[in-house]
Design a protein around this ligand. Structure first.
Ligand code: ARG
Length: 456
């Protein structure tokens, strides 16, 4: 069939070139946005008397029918069309005749595709935000349950200081709050209408770009038509935000994987979110968490692919830009899938507080508090730090812990030590004394939970 764009050319394109050029197998996802955009465009053309109001109505009715037929499955995409835009226009003309050919007045596929993509992605962005909100709600609930469950806090993956599991989880809540902020901010810039930029230079028709933008729920219009058709910042921004969100999920996954190992045994994932081994009957593998960690690399690849595609492009539209969609769709679908499995995985995991507590008791993680004890009795911190270190070393040699070392041994190092040291270095005391804002005490964690809940 002759191409709709066969203006200057007469010969047919080679079928391999057609396949290579075609994008309908992935841009068909945007059929709804394409039709809604075209309906608004037809309404604008009618309102501005560029076409008659009867013609505008015929276009709108025809488009509405196509939309409902596609949604009900009555018709399918014609994969021989180059892209979704060509398919809808071809279908419209087949249905309503020559009036269909008026739809593309004062428009180009260049501004059309930019419009469709912005509309498609703004709704995906909302979906992602609402999934992150759900995850946040789950995390804050688990944190609330475990705001007093003591575990070792780590630096360098070495036991450092006692914290609570709730405190640890709330760190992830803070990350997710920032993710929501970033995504919402990205949506603001995304929600600017490019339609009316036309091919690149604007148009000689007396169009009303604001009319179309408003009809389609945009907050404003692209103020430079060349930028309107060339800009894919909104894809790069969304993918950057998704990449950061995936990085957070990946760090969390890494901890889930560590915590469910026999070496830690801090948590156990529900059977519903683990797998077995085909050879080792004892195995329960955290595949979901591993896949989230793995897919993070894939999403980084999506972002880098797009940035690389864009980096050498002259203005305005270039066909290279058709490559934007597969990567951004992949990033969006991947993060949604990851969140959908992550939320119930966290919701259903069981927490082994006894093992956490035992681990907290064995790493001298109250040594800082021992030093602080001496400081409060008047010793300079550096000297107190030194003595505390020597006492840890003595305990290691004698195979004991600070809580069980007798007072006489303490006295050999400093006369400032007294019986009250034992209550000061208990794990519970170490946690409950950390009342600084953002700290690990139950009260501080409760404040964090309240803050997060208010934000959700
Ligand atoms: N399928 C194209 C894309 O996704 C639509 C725009 C094509 N415009 C053009 N002049 N070839 O980018």
């Amino acid at each position: 069939m002759a191409k709709m764009w066969a203006g200057r050319t007469a010969g047919n394109t080679d079928s391999i070139a057609d396949d290579f050029n075609s994008s309908i197998h992935f841009d068909c996802k945007m059929f709804k946005q394409d039709i809604e955009g075209s309906m608004a465009h037809a309404a604008m053309l009618g309102a501005k008397n560029i076409i008659t109001s009867e013609e505008a109505q015929a276009l709108i009715d025809g488009l509405a029918e196509i939309l409902s037929d596609l949604e009900s499955g009555k018709i399918a995409f014609d994969m021989s069309c180059e892209d979704i835009h060509m398919f809808i226009e071809q279908e419209l003309t087949a249905r309503i005749g020559d009036t269909g050919k008026k739809l593309h007045t004062a428009r180009s596929r260049n501004d059309q595709v930019a419009l469709d993509l912005r509309m498609y992605l703004r709704s995906e962005t909302e979906d992602i935000i609402s999934l992150v909100r759900k995850l946040l709600a789950v995390i804050t609930d688990v944190a609330d349950t475990h705001k007093a469950s003591i575990m070792p806090g780590y630096t360098h993956l070495q036991r450092a200081q006692p914290i609570t599991f709730g405190h640890h989880l709330m760190a992830y809540a803070m990350m997710l709050l920032r993710d929501i902020d970033r995504l919402a901010d990205c949506k603001k810039r995304m929600n600017i209408s490019p339609i009316g930029s036309c091919a690149l230079a604007g148009t000689t028709y007396d169009t009303d770009r604001e009319f179309e933008a408003e009809k389609l729920g945009f907050d404003g219009i692209a103020l430079n038509s060349i930028d309107g058709v060339s800009d894919r910042d909104f894809c790069a921004e969304l993918m950057s935000d998704i990449a950061i969100l995936m990085m957070h999920l990946s760090r969390f996954s890494e901890e889930i994987i560590l915590w469910s190992s026999w070496e830690f045994k801090f948590i156990e994932l529900s059977d519903a979110y683990t797998t077995g081994s085909s050879i080792m009957p004892q195995k329960k593998n955290p595949d979901m968490a591993e896949l989230v960690r793995g897919k993070t690399g894939r999403v980084y690849g999506d972002l880098l692919g797009l940035l690389t595609t864009l980096k050498g492009l002259p203005l305005a539209y270039n066909k290279d830009m058709q490559e934007d969609k597969e990567s951004v769709f992949d990033a969006v679908e991947t993060v949604k899938m990851c969140l959908q499995v992550f939320i119930p995985m966290i919701e259903t995991m069981s927490v082994n507080t006894a093992n956490m507590k035992t681990a907290a008791q064995k790493g001298f993680i109250n040594a800082t508090d021992l030093a602080d004890y001496l400081v409060k009795k008047g010793m300079p911190f550096r000297s107190a730090y030194k003595i505390s270190g020597q006492l840890v070393s003595k305990c290691i040699k004698e195979n004991t812990v600070l809580e069980e070392l007798p007072l006489e041994s303490y006295k050999e190092f400093s006369e400032l030590f007294d019986n009250d040291l034992y209550s000061e270095i208990s794990l519970e005391a170490c946690v409950s004394k950390r009342i600084s804002k953002g700290g690990t005490s139950v009260k501080s964690v409760e404040e964090q939970i309240e803050y997060a809940r208010n934000k959700i």
